[in-house]
Design a protein around this ligand. Structure first.
Ligand SMILES: Nc1ncnc2c1ncn2[C@@H]1O[C@H](COP(=O)(O)OP(=O)(O)OP(=O)(O)O)[C@@H](O)[C@H]1O
Ligand SMILES: O=P(O)(O)OC[C@H]1O[C@H](OP(=O)(O)OP(=O)(O)O)[C@H](O)[C@@H]1O
Length: 207
């Protein structure tokens, strides 16, 4: 019974592949330069599927992947029925509230632009603020510049995008790293194989 792992395409991918290699998995050159969406590694009894980062927990929840690698941001936004097994301590960044400097939010239903509508709604609900969420799919920093929103909730890593667009951070919401997640049924049925992978990864995390 091989393991299927859902990998996030994009910025997490390279770091995740490096981590797996350091854990001793012999991943072929296809991982470095290929457009394939399914990569079989029979020698390791592993199969990888390459998904959009936000979709990784969906594949794992439905059990078509046993395991997956997903940012904590994605986990908080998607709230899928999966377990988090390990903090891989890669691709770290944080979610923050930002906007134009020296601006107050409108008194009535301030507008918040974000790629993370669920995280943003819960955050402002906890703050006791009633807001209108505007879902965008990228270039979030544009929203306050063009008058679409009072604030944004977005990922900050180096802070360069905020700075170059004249925006400032008001509050940090949560620190983010990538996590190893598992389908609950797979975790029961394939426990030995999964434990072995977790042990091997644990040894190299944060090295
Ligand atoms: N500077 C950053 N911006 C966005 N995500 C980051 C950053 N640094 C680390 N991450 C992590 O990477 C993940 C997003 O990866 P990536 O940007 O490749 O995917 P994406 O958001 O689906 O991008 P796109 O929609 O542009 O394809 C996030 O879930 C987060 O955990
Ligand atoms: O603090 P920084 O290092 O500048 O990183 C943060 C930026 O990176 C991400 O955008 P991305 O590059 O994924 O583009 P997008 O606007 O299409 O989401 C994120 O949404 C911020 O805009």
């Amino acid at each position: 019974m091989s393991l299927t792992i859902a990998m996030p395409k994009g910025r997490i991918f390279e770091e995740a592949v490096e981590l797996l290699r350091r854990a001793g998995y012999d991943l072929p050159p296809e991982f470095d330069d290929s457009r394939k969406l399914i990569i079989e590694v029979p020698a390791e009894d592993l199969r990888f599927i390459l998904a959009k980062p936000m979709d990784v927990p969906t594949y794992v929840e439905h059990g078509v992947a046993d395991l997956g690698i997903a940012g904590k941001d994605v986990m908080l936004e998607e709230e899928r029925d999966v377990y988090e097994l390990l903090d891989l301590r890669i691709s770290d960044c944080y979610l923050a509230v930002a906007g134009l400097p020296d601006t107050k939010m409108s008194e009535v239903a301030p507008k918040i632009a974000t790629k993370y509508p669920n995280v943003a709604s819960s955050y402002f609900r906890e703050q006791g603020e009633q807001v209108e969420i505007i879902k965008l799919n990228g270039s979030i920093e544009l929203a306050p510049l063009i008058g679409l929103a009072d604030r944004i909730v977005d990922i900050v890593s180096t802070g360069r995008t905020l700075k170059e667009n004249g925006l400032v951070e008001f509050e940090t919401i949560v620190d983010i790293t990538s996590r190893l997640i598992v389908n609950p049924v797979s975790y029961r049925m394939k426990d030995e194989k999964i434990e072995d992978l977790v042990d091997r990864l644990s040894k190299v995390i944060g090295e």
